[in-house]
Ligand binder design. Structure first.
Ligand SMILES: [Zn+2]
Length: 130
């Protein structure tokens, strides 16, 4: 997969969610098909931390149920870095191994979205708006 496709309104919702959750990291589950995101589930960061995030098991299960009901797949995970660049941390990298979907990160510092997949190494992919 070379890119992930989102609409501008989805990006705008994620940006608002990230800004509402400041100073803590925010997170969301992204639904869609193949490499296109069509819906989001804005989740709670149960850690309430500015440097880490955890989606509760309940919300994860709820997310997978929502995807199934909508006949969509979980295609990505979103979270924000309020105080650092939109690049996966060592902790993110560990969770990317167990959640092999596209990871989209938003930086509160430069208001930038970036997307990554973990292959042998972390690989940045293009975010394209539809
Ligand atoms: Zn992170």
């Amino acid at each position: 997969m070379q890119k992930i496709i989102l609409s501008q309104s989805i990006l705008e919702n994620l940006r608002k969610h990230a800004e509402n959750e400041q100073p803590n990291e925010s997170c969301a589950i992204l639904f869609g098909k193949e490499n296109t995101v069509s819906d989001t589930f804005l989740t709670e960061n149960v850690e309430e931390s500015p440097v880490n995030f955890t989606i509760s098991n309940e919300q994860l299960i709820e997310g997978y149920k929502m995807a199934e009901e909508k006949s969509l797949e979980v295609v990505g995970i979103f979270h924000s870095h309020p105080n650092s660049e939109a690049f996966p941390s060592n902790t993110d990298r560990k969770f990317m191994e167990t959640n092999p979907v596209v990871w989209i990160i938003y930086s509160g510092v430069n208001k930038d979205f970036r997307a990554f997949v973990l292959e042998q190494e972390i690989k940045e992919i293009e975010i394209s708006e539809n």
